[in-house]
Design a protein around this ligand. Structure first.
Ligand SMILES: *[C@@H]1O[C@H](CO)[C@@H](O)[C@H](O)[C@H]1NC(C)=O
Length: 300
């Protein structure tokens, strides 16, 4: 599922020593690549300015090419060229996969619009259905859902429900997402739904007193994999768990690699300064791994 796999196999054929291979595995990150990775990433105001910035694009491609599915938010380009450039760069950088995208409508009240986009490896996973939920009365930006199928994952089918909550309406929208989930489960006859995205589910946007009224939080069938104590923001001045991953469905929960849900601190991993990282986004992606199917394990 990764270039490293091929490197590994080739080196194996060349008859390297076990130690050398092990070192290579560690260096190449194969141990992390042998799972299926999903991330949600608010790329602050991703439009043509960022798409034409080589350094920013280089970083974005490094981040997104680690994932089998990336649930991207805040795409802001009426002409759609920014996302096309991103896909082109991604396919150029990682030729071991073919990346595709599925985009929402342009969402938002008034003149501010943004899109949510699923970027996925079409050789690993396919989209079998999608829908835009709720209306602009209920949500400032309606959530976007897609139903994925992959023979590589321990669970054959699952739904991702992507949402970018309005900061001022965050508590209300979080509660409404519960109804959206119920609707989706009925529509697609599945229990296995992952809610993800920048839900603005922290800090002043969700006052302590509001949590008690949020069904998505209180219903025990929903498992919040990113806890309140996590920091999903880039700036050292803020410490908030805005971005979340919430899992519904015992099958989907069982397919999740325990402890794998966390922010990807690209400042640290890609050795950027805070300033360089902030040029990419003010959020870190949050990510989670799914276990592989027996078939995928055999192939690897
Ligand atoms: C991310 O990494 C940087 C650099 O190591 C560090 O200063 C920062 O505190 C980290 N941020 C989070 C949220 O972990």
């Amino acid at each position: 599922m990764d270039m490293n796999m091929q490197t590994f196999i080739h080196l194996g054929i060349l008859g390297m020593t076990h130690t050398a291979i092990l070192l290579l595995l560690l260096a190449g990150g194969l141990l992390t690549a042998s799972t299926f990775k999903i991330c949600a990433f608010n790329i602050r105001s991703f439009g043509r300015a960022k798409a034409s910035n080589r350094k920013v694009m280089g970083t974005l491609v490094q981040i997104l090419s680690r994932c089998d599915i990336s649930a991207v938010q805040e795409v802001r380009d009426a002409r759609g060229s920014a996302i096309r450039i991103l896909l082109r760069e991604l396919n150029r950088h990682d030729s071991s996969h073919h990346y595709r995208h599925l985009e929402s409508k342009r969402l938002g009240r008034g003149s501010y619009k943004e899109q949510m986009v699923f970027v996925y490896r079409k050789d690993i996973v396919s989209v079998i259905d999608w829908c835009q939920l709720g209306d602009s009365e209920a949500f400032v930006r309606a959530p976007f859902a897609a139903r994925f199928r992959s023979s590589y994952t321990a669970i054959l089918e699952f739904v991702l429900l992507l949402h970018h909550a309005s900061p001022r309406e965050a508590a209300h929208e979080l509660d409404l997402l519960f109804e959206v989930c119920m609707e989706l489960m009925q529509k697609w006859k599945t229990e296995n739904v992952m809610v993800l995205g920048d839900l603005n589910a922290a800090g002043a946007y969700v006052p302590a007193s509001a949590w008690a009224g949020i069904r998505l939080r209180n219903n025990p069938a929903f498992h919040w994999l990113i806890s309140d104590a996590v920091d999903t923001t880039v700036s050292h001045r803020t410490c908030c768990a805005y971005d979340r991953i919430i899992v519904h469905g015992e099958e989907l929960l069982a397919a999740v690699v325990p402890g794998s849900a966390k922010p990807f601190n690209f400042t640290e991993v890609l050795r950027l300064t805070e300033e360089e990282a902030l040029e990419v986004s003010d959020h870190y992606p949050v990510e989670v791994n799914l276990q592989l199917s027996p078939k995928a394990q055999r192939e690897l």
